[in-house]
Design a protein around this ligand. Sequence first.
Ligand SMILES: [Zn+2]
Length: 469
Amino acid sequence: MNTLRLILCILILFVTSLLISIPQVALAQLALLPVASPLSDDATIFSPPLGYHNGIKYGPRYTYDNGGALIENTDYGVTNPDLSHYSDCFAIEMRYLIHAGEDWYRPDRSPANSDEVTAVADGIVYDYDTRWSYPGYAVILQHTLPSGNVYSVYMHIENVPSGISNGQPVYRGQKLGTILQQNYDGRYPQYHGTDDSHLHFEMRYFASANGIYSDHPPCNKGDAAGRGYTYPGYPPDTYPNSSQHYTDPTTFVQSHSGSFLPLIMVPPCNQGSTLIMNGNFEQGRVYWIDTGNIILNNVRRHGGSWSAWFGGYNSAYDVMYQVFNVPRGATSVSLTYYVWIETNETSPNAYDYLRVQLRNETGSLLSTIDMLSNASTKGTWLTRPFNINTSQYLGQYLRLSFEATTDATMFTSFYIDDVSLTLNCSGANSLPQEGTESETVATQQVESSNPVTLPRKPTATPATPHPYP
Ligand SMILES: [Zn+2]
C-alpha cells in the first residue's frame, strides 16, 4: 500500500514537473529562434539599395501643398499627381500611370546625386545594357530563392563599375553605381528645390519587361528594364500576370532582411468610429488620392461647398480613393455616400459608369460595392448605404475607391458628397448587404427635366511631351 502510494506520488510529481517544464522549453526555443520572416524560404538576406554604407534611411517621397493635399507620391503602386510628362507609349499623362517601383530620395530632401547604390542581395547580373537611358542606366539583378527567382531593378544610375556585367555574380552591399543627377521638372515647382536626383527601385518576379505591354506595343522598346510604370486598370502586383508580377520593393526587402520584426500596430475595434477622413471634402484635396480635377469647390454638392465631380467629359477615367485599416475584432464597415447623376446620354442603355470598389493596399480589386450609370435615377441626391463584411480583411489596409468611366460621346456627371465609412465591432447591423440596390431617394426637387447644356468639367493643364517612359 505504501509502495503504491510512493509510486503514485512520484508519478504525480513527474507529470507535474513535465507540465511545468513544457512551457519553459517552448519559451526557451522561441527565444533562440531567429525572428520569423513571413516567408519560409527566406534563405537570402536582403538590404536596402541605398544607405548600405552611409547609414542614411532613404525612401519614397510624399509632398503636400499648403492646404495639406498630397501632390507628390513616389511610392509603389500609386499614381503621382506631380508628374508633368506625357507617356508616348501608354498614350496617357504620366500622372495617371501606376508606379511599378519606388523612387527613393534622401529623407532630408538634400540632393542624392552621386550617392552609392548597392545590390540588395547576393545574385547575378541579369541585364546591364548601356544602349538605354531612363535617363541614366538600369541594372537588373537576379536573386535565387528556394521558391524561385526574384529580380531587383535599379534605374537612373551612373558610374557602374566594370565588374557589373551580364552573368557576373554580385554580393549584397556591392556597389552597382551612383545616383544620376536630375533636375526637378514636375508640376509643383513652388514646393520643390531644383534637384530631383533619385533611384527608381523595383522588385519583381519576372526578368525582362520587354514584351509585357501586350496592350501597349509601343512600350516594348527592346530593353529589359521596362518603363517603370503600368497603366490604370492593371494593378502592378498582378501585372503582367498573377505569377509574374511587380511587388512592393520596401515590403519585400523588409520582410527578407533577416531581422525585420513585423510590428503590426492595429488599433482596437472602436464601435462606430470613422475610418476615412475628409469624407465631406470640406478640407479640399486632403486625405484622398485621385487622378486629378475631381475634388472641387463650388460645383454641385450635397452640403458645404466642396464635393467630388466624376466624369463631366467624354472618355473619362476618374479615380479617387482613400486607404483605411480594418482593426481586429471588426465584423463589418458601414458605407454611406450621396450621389447626383446627370447625363447627356439619351438612350436608356448604360454607357457611363460609377463604381465603388474595395481594393487591397496595392490596388487589386477585392469587390465592387456599388455600380451606377447614366441609366440610374438622375437629377436628385441618392443615398447609398451599404454594409461591407470585412471579416476576411482583419488587420489589413484597404482602399475605398470611387471610379468613373464615360464613353466617347454624351458624357455623364456623377457628383459625390458626404462619404462616411464607420466601423462595426459586433455582428448586428440592419443596413442592407453589400451589392444590393437600395436607392433611397432624398426629398429634394428634381431639377429641370430637359437639360439642354449640362456643365462640362474644365480640363486640367495640358501635358508636356516627353520620351520617358
Ligand atoms: Zn520611378
